[in-house]
Design a protein around this ligand. Structure first.
Ligand code: ATP
Ligand code: MG
Length: 568
């Protein structure tokens, strides 16, 4: 590709609307352009990268025996009513009507459509197992589209759906996808981790996420290499403490705490640590409000909490009017002593003695609170986020926490959709058997942003070879004025292209500094500079994007290096 014909515009300035580096670099390098909130055009250079991702994904899915198909993006409401999700899915689902006032949605995912295909097309166990996949546009009306293509509203997903005769079959199909996903992210040159996850809106039992590790990741991941454990913090479990509780040393005292509304305020006033306090949160429950009690320095975990009996899902904080009515007090002065509603205590709270909490009276708190004296012995549950140093489920190690970007998610759905929608096949005895389903998603467009988060420096993107829009960039010096340079550059361009490399020939009439800066910004792995001086010595100047120094190579050496790098 000749740069002059490629219509690429790069930007020097960092666009103000972009919060994280991948979004900034994608805009600066001209990969995408924003149309509206969460909607992006993939420009020619960005599309080349997207296609490379898709190619690797397709190759590995095909290798795993999955069959590609293409379903409509727009889906009829009737199917979503059958699965029950028309009512459950909420505002993430973009709903629309056709000219006959019939309801449709723009698919955020395709379980319903594929289950409809399966119940029509699959008749016998002999047709199983089967795994259908597609690479297709999804729409989710995200509450906060941000980070460019990473949390967009319209995005491209590879989604796959497996059908098996029983749970053992599903397990095998799931393992195959686990292996295929690992192969995909390894081939793409990304540092990733597989973590246990919540099944969320999709439903089902077992699920794991594939995360690209990056500080800007929206997800926190708890892991312990010693224990070979990794889980999204959303689902990582905490356990009742084994150590005994210290004995009570203080007496219960009610003190005036005017203006104290937060744990921080309370700690400042009493000169104590947040871990010596507890906080009480009131949420909606099935029979009125429910209290959740956590240590002051711990964070509530919504995903785990909303699975508890009697608690509304999704977890919803009670409004102030409800709190005032139920407690006679306001948020900021709440506590479990004398509270008249169901209370869930977090495991860690049971270890506390002589702690402080709100007194259910505005501007008042208790100090010296103790279980078994001021409060009944608590039954405890797991409702907080894990923190660094918490024990692992295996008990052999302690947790560290890192951040990740979810690029893939695999689920064992079981019979959730196949039962609801009547997707059965005949088993060997001629009996109808509900199929076991799995579903497997990869965020194709998100991968591009995630790869940049992981691979960049102050000058721009550093593409892992398999993702690079071009393998090599040719930068001729004085192209417009030197016949020697022109001839050498044209010959090199032809030769490299013929050998199967994607070559960007920077034939613009621009200063070398401008060309170098663009090549670095775009992140092309290999750069060859062609100048009269080097040509006279039969040499080219070579630099890899991840190296700080260039070196001169004989022309033949340079060609061999590029061909051997087998960049794609
Ligand atoms: P998230 O937790 O990030 O909202 P999700 O768990 O809802 O994602 P899945 O239903 O598991 O997403 O979808 C499969 C994959 O699609 C995700 O692993 C992610 O890579 C991608 N994806 C999901 N939502 C978006 C989005 N808004 N923009 C870009 N990619 C997305
Ligand atoms: Mg997910």
């Amino acid at each position: 590709m000749r740069f002059s014909e490629f219509g690429l515009t790069t930007l020097k300035e960092v666009p103000a609307e972009a919060e994280i580096v991948s979004h900034q670099l994608m805009l600066r390098a001209g990969l995408v352009r924003r149309l509206a909130s969460g909607l992006f055009t993939w420009m020619p250079i960005g599309l080349r990268i997207l296609r490379k991702v898709e190619t690797v994904v397709r190759e590995e899915m095909d290798r795993a025996g999955a069959l590609e198909l293409l379903m409509p993006a727009v889906q009829p409401a009737e199917l979503w009513e059958e699965s029950g999700r028309w009512d459950q899915y909420g505002p993430l689902l973009l709903r629309m009507q056709d000219r006959h006032d019939r309801n449709f949605c723009f698919g955020p995912t395709h379980e319903e459509v594929i289950t409809d295909i399966a119940r029509r097309e699959l008749r016998s166990y002999k047709q199983l197992p089967v795994n259908f996949y597609q690479v297709q546009t999804k729409f989710r009306d995200e509450i906060r589209p941000r980070f460019g293509v990473m949390r967009a509203r319209e995005f491209i997903m590879k989604d796959a759906y497996s059908f098996d005769i029983d749970q053992a079959g599903l397990q095998a199909s799931y393992e195959k996808m686990h292996a295929a996903y690992s192969a995909i992210f390894t081939r793409l040159g990304l540092k990733f981790r597989v973590v246990d996850a919540d099944s969320g809106e999709i439903g089902g039992s077992r699920s794991q996420e594939f995360h690209v590790l990056a500080d800007s990741g929206e997800d926190a991941i708890a892991y312990c290499d010693a224990d070979r454990y990794a889980s999204n913090v959303e689902t990582a479990a905490t356990f009742p403490a084994s150590a005994p509780r210290p004995a009570a040393a203080q007496s219960l005292e009610k003190i005036a705490t005017p203006g104290v509304r937060t744990i921080e305020d309370l700690c400042r006033l009493l000169d104590i640590l947040p871990s010596q306090t507890i906080k009480t949160l009131i949420v909606d429950g099935s029979d009125g409000p429910v209290a959740l009690v956590l240590r002051g320095d711990h964070e509530l975990n919504a995903v785990k909490t909303q699975k508890l009996d009697g608690i509304a899902s999704p977890l919803t904080m009670a409004d102030t009017a409800t709190i005032v009515k139920a407690t006679g007090s306001e948020p900021g002065s709440l506590g479990p002593v004398g509270l008249d509603m169901p209370v869930y205590f977090d495991h860690a709270v049971a270890r506390l003695a002589d702690f402080s909490c709100g007194a259910n009276e505005v501007g008042h708190h208790y100090t010296g609170v103790n279980f078994g004296r001021d409060l009944p012995e608590p039954q405890t549950v797991d409702i907080r986020n894990v923190v660094v140093g918490d024990p692992t489920p295996g008990g052999k190690g302690t947790l560290s926490i890192t951040r990740g970007i979810e690029v893939g998610h695999i689920f064992q759905l079981g019979d959730k959709y196949s039962t609801a929608m009547g997707a059965t096949v005949q088993d060997p005895k001629g009996k109808n058997q509900v199929m076991s389903m799995g579903c497997y998603g990869i965020g194709i467009t998100r991968i591009v942003g995630a790869a940049i988060e992981q691979n960049h420096d102050e000058n721009g993107i550093i593409w892992p070879g398999p993702l690079a829009p071009f393998d090599v960039v040719l930068v001729p010096i004085n192209l417009q004025r030197s016949d020697v340079v022109r001839e050498a550059a044209e010959a090199l361009y032809e030769e490299l292209t013929a050998s199967g490399l994607d070559v960007l020939f920077d034939d613009r009439d621009a200063r070398p500094g401008v060309k170098f800066a663009d090549a670095e910004l775009i992140g092309i792995p290999h750069r060859l500079v062609i100048s009269e001086r080097n040509l006279a010595a039969g040499e080219l100047e070579y630099r890899h994007r991840s190296e700080s120094e260039s070196r001169n190579l004989k022309r033949e050496e340079a060609l061999k290096l590029l061909e051997n790098s087998s960049v794609s």
